[in-house]
Design a protein around this ligand. Sequence first.
Ligand code: GLU
Length: 286
Amino acid sequence: MSASFVTRFAPSPTGFLHRGHAFSALTAFAFARRKRGRFLLRIEDIDATRCRPEFEAAILEDLAWLGLEWEQPVRRQSEHMADYEAALETLRARGLIYRCFRTRKDLAEAALSAPHGPAEPFTGGPIHPNEEDRWLDEGKSFAWRLSIAAAREALGPAFHHLTFREEGEGPTGQHGKITARPELAGDVVLARKDVGVAYHLAVVVDDALQGVTHVVRGADLFEAAHTQRLLQALLDLPTQAYRHHRLLLDAGGRRFAKRDKAETLRDIRERGVTAEQLRAELGFAE
Ligand code: GLU
């Protein structure tokens, strides 16, 4: 089997899949078929507070109904915490992450009073060691954040020349060789006390460990590639080519979203729609 094209669909089991997920999964699957490559399924269940086993079971069932086939075993992130912890330790040993004790409420207030408005990225930096010791003694909760300042220092001029290849399209048509601008997202959270690893770190570690060559996913995650490219450089991991795809919109021009209670694949199935009909509706007729 060819290893020159390896892609994955990586849902989080925090709800039932809807048309937007089906479109994304079919897009990745179709690319893999066309390239005679490999298609992997990865369950991104690191956040035990939001993920539920019944959603995971439903994902497998819905994707099989849709006609997708994937390799076994399926990687479940919750079973690989040691891999993420090792990556975090590498970053910690090199002084690239720091503890941030600010609560979500602190951050929301700081964002509102920020000179450039709420969209300003967080770059708080570490607190004074004495204060840090005191807060740790008090058992105050914290998150590990990536330090953009430390990363810039560690990589030197190379920091400004990190690039990734966009073979699809970002939200405003970005395509081709893209210069990574991780500073735009700022000091992202890489781990929390209650959730041992956060999204960016887990994705970068997994894509490398699974030998993914092409990341196919929605254009809403285009910005994430900037941060993820930096993490790949800091952890000495290979980079992937990206194929961000347009987001599927509903009749009202809105993207499908769990929070808007978009019709789920199970609802669609219960209405008597066949997988073939749904595939055709989404542009994947045989
Ligand atoms: N788990 C992420 C999501 O469900 C996708 C991660 C990725 O494709 O990089 O939105």
